[in-house]
Design a protein around this ligand. Structure first.
Ligand code: ATP
Ligand code: MG
Length: 257
């Protein structure tokens, strides 16, 4: 049975998508079977993995809103071996409104994912930066949440709300939901601020914080415009090295190394 993980932080631009693409690609290159499900209407994971948002026929939207849709029909291969994708389309933005009166709407994704869980080692969901129904569906569908936090001044702003959202979902929709870990991203070694943020986040989350810290690295920002993970775009870059280390540590924590 595969493990399902939502990459979640309702704060925008903290490195969710970058972490999703690159962790997933690193694990796939290590031979794990990985599925990435993009549930963000921005579709950044979709384009970052080289899939043209305009050319696709089926997407996460269909899983949520098309009656009798089979999730298997939304799965695409990517250029990376072992890495499959369920793309997002802008139509997803409308799904929240369309589902307002649907009974059991928080559990649609959970039911769909159950049908493919045994085909993968890991399924990652890239959440949008919001707390609406798309995020609630994601948190209800998964075993655990991976939280990226950006090393910047307001890093911990919103963390209380994030934790409260997780607690509400645990209480009402998904009693077994766990925190997989916290990954610090966009670390700038030249500033004291970044180092301070690392300390603060460690104080707050304790052992849940991964030792690996993702540095700010321009190659990581460039790779998505070529539709490639960093491992393919520039495997020798500091960013690629960091995500390889992170994938190792991720598996170690999972007890797989
Ligand atoms: P959103 O909330 O909008 O979905 P996000 O949390 O998914 O954002 P990303 O899209 O991963 O965040 O990152 C935000 C921006 O920062 C992107 O332009 C990305 O390329 C860039 N970025 C992410 N991580 C790094 C890094 N380690 N070094 C340099 N740039 C980065
Ligand atoms: Mg994103």
């Amino acid at each position: 049975m595969g493990k399902t993980i939502a990459i979640f932080n309702q704060k925008g631009g903290v490195g969710k998508t970058t972490t999703n693409i690159n962790l997933a690609a690193c694990l796939a290159l290590k031979g794990k079977k990985v599925l990435v499900l993009d549930i963000d209407p921005q579709g950044n994971t979709t384009s970052g993995l080289g899939v043209d948002k305009r050319a696709m026929q089926t997407s996460t939207y269909d899983i949520l809103a098309t009656p009798n849709f089979n999730i298997k029909d939304a799965i695409q291969k990517t250029r990376t071996k072992n890495l499959d994708l369920i793309p997002a389309s802008t139509a997803l933005a409308g799904a929240e409104v369309e589902l307002v009166n649907v009974k059991g709407r928080e559990k649609i994704l959970k039911k769909a994912i159950a049908k493919v869980k045994d085909k993968y080692d890991y399924i990652f969901i890239d959440c949008p930066p919001s707390l609406g129904l798309l995020t609630i569906n994601s948190l209800t569908a998964v075993d655990a949440v991976l939280i990226p936090i950006q090393c910047e001044f307001y890093a911990l702003e919103g963390v209380a709300q994030l934790i409260s959202t997780i607690s509400i979902v645990k209480k009402n929709l998904n009693a077994d939901l766990k925190i997989q870990g916290v990954i610090l991203s966009m670390f700038d070694g030249r500033t004291n601020l970044s180092a301070q943020v690392v300390e603060e986040v460690k104080k707050y989350f304790g052992k849940k914080v991964y030792k690996t810290i993702i540095p700010r690295n321009i190659r990581l920002a460039e790779a998505p415009s070529y539709g490639m993970s960093i491992a393919e775009y520039d495997p020798k870059s500091k960013g690629a090295e960091a995500y390889r280390d992170f994938a190792e540590e991720f598996l170690e924590v999972e007890g797989e190394l």
